[in-house]
Design a binder for this molecule. Structure first.
Ligand SMILES: C[S@@+](CC[C@H](N)C(=O)[O-])C[C@H]1O[C@@H](n2cnc3c(N)ncnc32)[C@H](O)[C@@H]1O
Length: 271
């Protein structure tokens, strides 16, 4: 089994994506979608951005490595009557079966950053996007205390054994020099790449930050793995305490609900 696929299929990201719908819609609005634009949403999950893209009139293909999320996305598309939206299984490292120059926009919001071969990912995103088209990525930023998910993953990693040799941290997609190097290798000069910090929000009107942490523990693959490792070393409670503290401190809501801002790097590549 591909460990990348296993990681994302073990949980159920739909439970976490429920906190991200509003920011997903805002992100799509900012992309100024015009009807009939052909869009690839890579690492699309169950459609946090793919569904609003299709609602805005785009022809959307959502590709994700996790079968359970592809199935959930296709159910959401059917329920919403969106026949210009299709989800399918695929790996961002190798988009075999996807024709060269077939999309006006290739989007990946916290998706392709998790694929293990970042140079192949950059090359594939460039290959499938039309000349004159654009690639837009949303990536968490390493060692940024306001980038909630990067902090969540950093805490989780500190409870786990070191990663295997050759492992490239997904967080490197949040660093300008790596981004320029990867797209440069794929043939894109750095003048064509722009990067700006932006904010996503994890929102729930009826769930507290503590309940959010429980959901991460039960359904978010990387946090599930961290708890498994922490259990084995008898440090489960300490991990729970640290994640609870992180969510509590970063929560901006004062009425018991959840509103956690998270800084990310928005990367736009014009081809
Ligand atoms: C943090 S979730 C984001 C999902 C979605 N973009 C959203 O904003 O709700 C990361 C997604 O990337 C997918 N993913 C991870 N590695 C991938 C790969 N190599 N190819 C395609 N998808 C991948 C996971 O299955 C998961 O759905």
């Amino acid at each position: 089994m591909n460990p990348n696929k296993e990681l994302w299929e073990k949980g159920d990201f739909t439970e976490i994506a429920a906190f991200m719908r509003q920011s997903g819609e805002a992100f799509v609005t900012s992309l100024e979608i015009t009807p009939a634009l052909r869009v690839l949403d890579l690492g699309c999950g169950d459609g946090t951005t793919a569904v609003p893209l299709a609602r805005a009139g785009a022809e959307v293909v959502g590709i994700d490595i996790a079968k359970n999320l592809v199935d959930a996305g296709n159910r959401r598309a059917a329920e919403a009557g969106l026949n210009r939206l299709k989800f399918q299984e695929g790996d961002a490292c190798n988009l075999q079966g996807i024709s060269t120059h077939s999309f006006d926009l290739t989007l990946s919001v916290f998706g392709a950053m998790f694929a293990p071969k970042p140079f192949d990912v950059a090359k594939e995103m460039v290959r499938v996007t039309k000349p004159g088209g654009r690639i837009v990525m949303g990536n968490w930023i390493p060692n940024d205390t306001t980038s909630f998910v990067s902090q969540l993953l950093k805490i989780g990693s500190s409870f786990m054994p070191p990663p295997p040799e050759g492992f490239v941290s997904p967080m490197t997609w949040g660093v300008d020099t790596h981004i320029i190097e990867r797209f440069g290798w794929a043939g894109v000069p750095k003048e064509k790449i722009s990067m700006v910090k932006d904010t996503y929000y994890f929102l729930s009107s009826d769930k507290s930050p503590a309940q959010f942490v429980e959901l991460l523990r039960r359904f978010y693959g990387p946090t599930m793995n961290a708890f498994k490792a922490a259990e084995q070393s008898g440090r489960e409670e300490e991990l729970h305490r640290q994640l609870g503290e992180l969510a509590k401190v970063q929560n901006q809501s004062r009425d018991g609900s959840t509103s956690i801002p998270a800084t990310f790097l928005r990367v736009t590549v014009h081809l």
